[in-house]
Each structure stands twice: as structure tokens, then as C-alpha cells.
Ligand binder design. Sequence first.
Ligand code: TMP
Ligand code: ASP
Length: 261
Amino acid sequence: MKKGKKLYEGKAKIIYASNDKNLVIQHFKDDATAFNNQKKDIIEGKGILNNRISEHILTQLSNVGIKNHLVKRLNMREQLVKLVEIIPIEFVVRNIATGSLTKRLGIEDGTVLEYPLIEYCLKNDELGDPLVSKEHIYAFNWMSVMELDWIDEQIRRINDFLQGMFRGVGIKLVDFKVEFGRFEADGKREIMLADEISPDTCRLWDMRTDKKLDKDRFRNNLGNLVEAYQEVAIRLDILHEQSNIRPLTYPKPKAVKIKKK
Ligand code: TMP
Ligand code: ASP
């Protein structure tokens, strides 16, 4: 697949043209941003891990019939994906209250929600991705009623699937964000999931300890982000050992004196 010119650069990814007009190359950068780009850094190895984790998750979703933009992973940092027209809404799904929900509504951090909560945010960095209602979505023609109903159903299926997948490896899926796009080829139009799913876009807590295994390590200055993402990859059986990204660092074992009886 030949890489063409740069079409778009976002905060964490770059999109390049390919030699197929319906497909583009998505490059995962090491850049980390938070709070609408106010906090920035480069975290070596993050892009490689997100590429692998997202490939794994989107492939699993395809296997259960959830259409998405992934065609195939090309190399350590790049995927071939379908060229879609992105719907300008960020869909946030929450199973446990934390982050902006607790700040906005004063809900206690860690409250387990009885049902998954879906929120819609307008994808607009200048406005800080404001929360919008279904009525806003219809009023400004961002989606039709049919499209939104269909996406809501897909999102619930994605949430069910991901919750089960992560639960199986000892991780709680606290919340996540996804985007959808309209794909048109050979006179056929369809809507599909068109986003990465990775620790950059999900909140993942260790089941036993609630240790954060996601981008909150960067947002909240907790450190060891790459190590946490590696742990997610190892638990999902994508990385088999410390491999080629960066060695996992373990504290040096203390010398233990054995008392003579
Ligand atoms: P929030 O609590 O900050 O609204 O975030 C909810 C979820 O959405 C969390 O898993 C992080 C993810 N998210 C993104 O992927 N991109 C974003 O720009 C924001 C604000 C959140
Ligand atoms: N990705 C967003 C930003 O850069 C926000 C976030 O993930 O917290 O600002």
C-alpha cells in the first residue's frame, strides 16, 4: 500500500492518503494531550501500543458483527482504514461515574451506574467538546433519528462486548469514547465505528486494586503510562512479554536477611 500525502493531523493521529481512494493510512503518534490540548507531552511507545491494542479490539468487534473502519494493521504505527465522513459527535459510554461526570453533576467518584449512560458531545475543540442533547443533534441535522437509534444500539453492544472482554482479564471498563463515520463506496452508504479503542480513549481500572491502566495516568500525573498500557496489552495476550516497546520496570527486590535460628 503506497502512502500518499498528509490529509489531516489530529492530536494523537495523522491520516495519509493511500493508493485506494476509499482507504486511508492512520498513523498513531506518541503525543499525549489532555484537557483540550492544555496539557501536552510526548510519551515514547504510546502510539505503538495504541495501534496494537486498537487493532486487537476492532478485530474482535468485527468478529461479532460490529462494523468498523479497520482494514488491517500495516506496521508498528500504522493501520489501513476506510475513509469515512466523521459524524461530529463524540459518544461517551459510562459504567462507573468518574471524570467530567462527577465534576459536572457532583456524583460521587466510583459510583456504579445501574445502566450504562450514553452522553453526546459535539466534536469541536474550540468549544471544548460541549455536551449536547438528542434534540440538539436533530435540530442541527448532525444525525437523523434512525442513525442515532442505530448508533445507540451499536454502542450498547460494543459496551457489553468490551466489558466482558476486559472483565475476563481482570479489568473494569469504567467508560469510553467512540466516534462513527459515514462510508460510501460502490454506490452503497453505511455507518460504522470509525475510531481507535485504546487506553487513550477508555478508562480501565484493575479489578482488585482500582489501579488506573489508562490515560488518566497522564491527565492526573500518575506516571508510568507506557507500563500501564503494556500491562493492558499483556493481559489481552497481544504482547507476550516486555518485548520491544520499552522494558517494564520493576522495583529492585530488597535483600532479605534470613535469621538463623
Ligand atoms: P470525561 O470523563 O473526561 O468526559 O471522559 C469520558 C471518557 O471519554 C473517558 O474514557 C476518556 C474519553 N475521552 C476521550 O477519549 N477523548 C476526549 O477528548 C475526552 C474528553 C474524553
Ligand atoms: N483528548 C483530549 C485532549 O486533548 C481530552 C482528553 O482525552 O482528556 O484534550
